[in-house]
Design a protein around this ligand. Sequence first.
Ligand code: RIB
Length: 313
Amino acid sequence: MTAAPKIAVVGSINVDIVVRAPRLPKPGETVHGDSFAMTLGGKGANQAVAAARLGGDVAFLARTGADDFGAFARKQLERFELCTRFVSRSASTGTGIATIGVDSAGQNAITIVAGANATLAAGDVEAVAETIRGAGAVLLQCEVPLAVSLAAARIARQAGVPVIFDPAPVPDEGIAAFTGLVDYLTPNETEAARLTGLPVTTRGEALVAARALRAQGFPAVIVKCGGNGLAFATADSEGEQGPIPVIVEDTVAAGDSFNAGLAVALASPRPFGVALGWARAAGALAVTRKGAAEAAPTAAEVAALLARHGLEA
Ligand code: RIB
């Protein structure tokens, strides 16, 4: 039996308060919603759960509050059989919260209140330094202080462990501090547009943005275009890929499953082209289900979807 690929995730835990409505309200408007749910979210938690479901052996550094939301989040992590050894509690700050509106097309708009996520500090990364050094890939995002993600990226970089960085949400100060520390940068269209100042509304424009981000010092860039596929640019290849067609239920956290798929496949190790297929399939399967962390697919589901489309698993 081959060992499970080791994945280190440093990032946020949120409790997602999700309201589904025929359409999202405009500023100043009230609309009637159809349903409400409270689920585990946060880009860190979603990526950690997805990586575990995809067969990764996951270590997750994160923080909740010592409140009821934190207890709920912890219970959910345990339900997903994720080890909570490195998930600490802030005594002074509440658990991170995300309010999420989902419209009838499955599109979403998210507001986050960082809460305890903002209390993680660079020094906290020391607890997982050895784990990062022994990992096959590290997953980072921007819902904990940048100093934390930077500390994790530096440890990984020194050990030659691939860093997959989701610049989401794009920090006000930008991501220049991460140049030289990231192997794979994975913005969505909105994030790529913000980071480059270029329009990113088509796959062709996404490819131009991916090249521009490479020129900024990020060696491999994948721009996730949601239902429109993706564009990528690396030192060896570049191109555009259409979406794997699925029925869209809810797009929340599709990007998180995408990144987890990329990490697990690269750490397996699979070549970049195959890992991209895993990422696409994991993201596609996530949009067929409601929820954030719980929308993540299993490795068997990814393999089956890839096989149905004649893609290498
Ligand atoms: O990527 C989706 C996630 O963004 C949600 O789960 C929400 O918590 C926000 O972090």
